[in-house]
Design a protein around this ligand. Sequence first.
Ligand SMILES: [Mg+2]
Length: 304
Amino acid sequence: MEYEERYRQAQRPKYDCLLFDLDDTLYPLSSGLAISCRKNIEDYMIERLGIEKSKIPDLCNLLYKNYGTTMAGLRAIGYDFDYDEYHSFVHGRLPYENLKPDPVLRSLLLSLPIRKVIFTNADKVHAAKALSKLGLEDCFEGIICFETLNPTHKSTVSDDEDDIEFAGLITTTNTATVMTTTSTSTKIFDIIGHFSQPNLGSRLPKTPIVCKPSEDAIELALRLANINPQRTMFFEDSVRNIQSGKRLGLHTVLVGTSQRTKGADFALESIHNLKEAIPELWEADKKAEVGYTGNVAVETPVTA
Ligand SMILES: [Mg+2]
């Protein structure tokens, strides 16, 4: 019995989940979506929030640096807006035509005998659209996206997390509505002033938005998708997201550069190099005959 147990453990694959960021991880930065997204965010801040154009570069940098996303930062300093409207403004006009089907990545993913989950700060419409353009919509068990971590229908949902179904969350529609108060009556925190005169004793306000690289966001994602970080590989183009993931025990792969930085166990210039760089991921395939049990019902939550 003891021998059998040892034998079984020795045969157990090292990883049972692969957690993938989407943007600039599953497709290259050179596609131009990131730069276009940044431009749209700036336009939103000027056109919809009435922020002075000259303040935009400093403001964007500070918000992104301190809150994970510009959106999370805008909410923290006092702007109130509809999340769906924001997402459709900044993602609606992206050059999706630059994303082409990627059959190489598709067959790599499909050949991996391990759970695969998307974890993105973006909203579900963008995630579904980008995956569909890449021809990868059926390669993942589920998507953890903005709406998963920021359900705004809390009052109608039980507090018991066990009631929240992972696959259900990612397919839920119309959850991201925000109770809007009049933005004009809201006092905006002067974050530029806060950092240019750091001795004034003002405290940086907190954001209500849950997103990477916050460790709370990553922990929540792991919990919702029932992911054990010790047995999971996390693929990301963002160094700070990689570092948060590493602190929580995930195995980490920095994508988009071959330079490994602190917190990254591996670094890949392109996700296409996956098999050459980490061949052990496919070892589960051989061991599948002995001990691996794929215990997860695979659903196809992504619709174009
Ligand atoms: Mg990314």
